[in-house]
Design a protein around this ligand. Sequence first.
Ligand code: ADE
Length: 413
Amino acid sequence: LKAGLNGERLEQKGKRQLEWAEAHMPVLMLIRRELEPERPLAGLRIGAVLHVTKETGVLVRTLKSLGASVTLAGSNPLSTQDEIVAALSQEGIHVFARHAETQEEYYSGLDAVIQSSPQIVMDDGADLHALIHAKKSEISVIGGTEETTTGVNRLRAMEREGVLRYPVIAVNDAHTKHLFDNRYGTGQSTVDGILRATNLLLAGKTCVVAGYGWVGRGIAARLRGMGAKVIVTETNPVKALEAAMEGFDVRRMEEAAASGDIFVTATGNRGIIREEHFALMKDGAVLANSGHFDVEVDVKTLRGVSKGSRVIRENLEEFTLMDGRRLYLIAEGRLANLGAAEGHPSEVMDMSFSNQALSVVHLKRFKMSPKVHSVPPEIDLRIASLKLEAMGIKIDSMTESQEEYTGSWEFGT
Ligand code: ADE
């Protein structure tokens, strides 16, 4: 059964995808309906660099409904869904992105966002924030948001060096973002990317997950849930201990390299899987990355130590090493969940993007200092409550006596 007619226009396909996402993003839709009458973003120019997916489409439509004009570029050359570009462009949103765009096109998208003189900038990975800061000229920006761990780390480095020129709300750090999006969203969508690219059986395989942050935790848990034996590698002793007590086999990469059937990196750091590891790997090992940038698997070296490569399936490149062993790389070593699948499901992006929308409203309403700020806790809690409500879950509230008990130091043994 195929949705739509053959030869149907791309934008119609995109509109149906947006409709599907909207039906699964109840919190963001409620925020849209609630704030639409007062148009809190009236006249505001927003520049956004986000993965151009159906969920981002729902966010951008929401910002527009609240009065903003939005210029959007893609956050990764492989993550753009062209039908969403077509649908949004038709609705008056300026989109500069194309699936499988070149590096030059990627940067010209960012440039187009900067040329739109945005007052608020929304970013995923901080390339846009970095580029704006690299320009010495006057800027129109009053504030920004940042979606992901890597981006927040970069912005904190800018703050430490005293170069940050406007306030940025670290959306990633909201509880209703990283505890859900990074863990369950990346957990599921990474497995989705591995399966779409390879269609291999996970049960009984040995999977090596590099990094046990929220993303690594999610990926390791989901791979285990599918029957894989999971090895975790870490540099942080506390995280390594946590992984060990969760029952994962914790080892060094040089030890794990020879055992793994499937490798997934999620560290946010570079050179995690490199030449000495390629040398130890089994014939047929699969390599995937779920960190923001394509620096975790050393693809350049892999190319250099291979006698040839070919694309064997969509988003899967086979490298033949000098000794004849073959290694398989998913989505060029870029984000496997967005390059080989569709990114996180709508239900989880519902919370991440509700944080984005309410953070933008907050930036417009309140003057903030040029620092990295947390999402206001009342926004975080409200999103959790709305999500519970949408899921039909009711929770208890404390009695007066309990409120008194938790707020007091006098009650003891
Ligand atoms: N990052 C991860 N998944 C995403 C999605 N579905 N949309 C936008 N950004 C994402």
